[in-house]
Design a protein around this ligand. Sequence first.
Ligand code: GLV
Ligand code: MN
Ligand code: MN
Length: 416
Amino acid sequence: MSAEPSSKRDAAEVLARCDVLAEISAAVDGIERSYLTPEHARTNWTVGEWMADAGLTAWQDAAGNQRGTLAGPTADAPVLLLGSHLDTVPGAGRYDGVLGTLMAIAVVGRLRDRGVELPFGIEVMGFADEEGTRFGRTLLGSCAVAGTWDDTWWGLQDAHGVTMWDAFRAFGLDPERVGDAALDPARVIGYLEAHIEQGPLLQDADRALGVVRGIMGARRFDLEMVGEAGHAGGMPYGRRRDALLGASEVVSAVEVLARDAGAVGTVGKLRAFPGAMNVIPGRVEFSLDLRAESDAVRDDVWREIEETARKAAAARNLAFEVSEMHAARATKVGESLALAIAEGIRATGDAEPMHLLSKAGHDAMAIADLCDYAMLFIRCKDGISHHRDESVRPDDVEVALDAFEAAVLTLAEQYS
Ligand code: GLV
Ligand code: MN
Ligand code: MN
């Protein structure tokens, strides 16, 4: 048996491993690790080694998720899921998803080193695609585990025209077997995920940790304005069909309409075609990411945005096209699992843990179709995330490990 766990040493190891995965996935503009790529394969292999070190049986499932299993006391013992995701956005930081996955592995290692016998099995999840970077559709890995994979996704294409089906095959996965990744809900107790906050509220409140109370519902769209390209000098204003001017009206309206309703809307991608200094943009492709605590509010805002876009298009003689890439309902945490997270935080000396709504999306949203979930948030510097400057404090990771481990032990007591 290894030495008694030390939170400082374990946190240092988790952070050093975040650095290793960042090196594996270093791209020109920072870290990028998207679904079914060579970086994904190398990351799974490396994380699989760490899972094995912690006493887990490591394996890659039929959707490319990296999983590690710790058997329960009996063959039919229930299973607790722990984890987060291993993929990233382009230009990512080191901790979004990765920290939660590596913390889950570290907690299993600590329990093993303490000689704890749990009344349930554990499965650590390194979900393969939470961000949706490559195919536009997000939460792919966790949907496969929740049994909600949708066969219409096979035709989705990446930026190079590679379909999801072909990408599966190139990665060595059999698309016909994706259903094998799904878990039986009857076997699963719940899912616990640790994650950086990706917002500034914990820092503003001078707290290291928080309990998530729910996750905003999200919808994502690919949008297009189509007009006509033309000469930037010769074509009079009255005759132009400038697609970028139409799209710009929508981009500005997104901020106003979402903000007024208490929702959040972001246009993160925009490309004008043909994309030349002296050509009127004939076509613009842009995206919309829309989130709110209530699905009804989010859907109302979308209707207003769509109406604004159609009016702007009509006024400029443009066509407006919409393709919805993703929809995930707003979810609430499972009461008893969230109590265990709060109990875990209390065990670290914070008598009244702060509760927060997650505005960021998480695998837990998809896993909510399989079982209850709860989440532990960890302070990140200035709330910066989806950016190379993502940063966490080692002492926060130390208490986060203690709290996450204590949450698992709280559940173990309940199931004993
Ligand atoms: C995931 O990070 C999301 O909230 O988009
Ligand atoms: Mn993210
Ligand atoms: Mn994340």
